[in-house]
Design a protein. Structure first.
Length: 177
């Protein structure tokens, strides 16, 4: 009897943790607004696009890393910088960050990422009157794994140092592989 209990405990201790999908691809959409002096220059609007991520992790670990690529298209309305039509933008982010699971549930994670953003608009933006910008970007959010989907909600602040400052609330729905 003791041998059976010891064997059961030993084999359960050696059981591997459930792997989470290492890669994910998501469709994303959200609301965006200019910040600070750029609030009136850029106005407010929407963004949509795709995000791919590599974030290998197992359910027995509370910490992990994440590499993300985000491409979004958007339009800004009520922008002082807009000449004849809505201000249109394309953004590409490459970020690296950490994932943390503070809950007992192995399906929900907090994320914090930082990296570089490329932004291109259809019109020149003050004060530098350029159409292309490169600068730092950061985001915080939450990832929730469901039966077959990954749901995410992020707050992103872009072009922190030099360029048009924006804050965006981004919702994503995707799948892992």
């Amino acid at each position: 009897m003791r041998a059976a209990i010891v064997a059961a405990l030993f084999t359960s201790a050696l059981a591997a943790a459930d792997p989470l999908p290492s890669g994910t691809i998501e469709g994303v959409a959200g609301a965006v607004s200019g910040t600070g002096a750029d609030a009136t220059r850029l106005g407010f609007g929407y963004q949509y696009g795709w995000r791919a991520a590599w974030q290998p992790m197992t359910t027995d670990r509370a910490y992990g890393y994440s590499l993300r690529w985000l491409t979004m298209f958007g339009a800004m309305y009520n922008a002082d910088a807009a000449r004849l039509e809505a201000l249109r933008m394309v953004l590409m982010d490459f970020t690296a960050g950490l994932r943390y699971r503070p809950w007992a549930s192995p399906s929900r994670y907090l994320t914090a990422c930082a990296g570089v953003e490329l932004l291109r608009s259809n019109q020149e933006l003050p004060p530098k009157f350029q159409r292309s910008f490169v600068g730092p970007v950061a985001s915080v959010g939450i990832d929730q794994y469901t039966w077959i989907l990954l749901l995410s909600l992020d707050v992103k602040y872009g072009l922190i140092a030099d360029g048009p400052g924006q804050v965006a609330l981004i919702f994503g729905v995707g799948t892992g592989f």
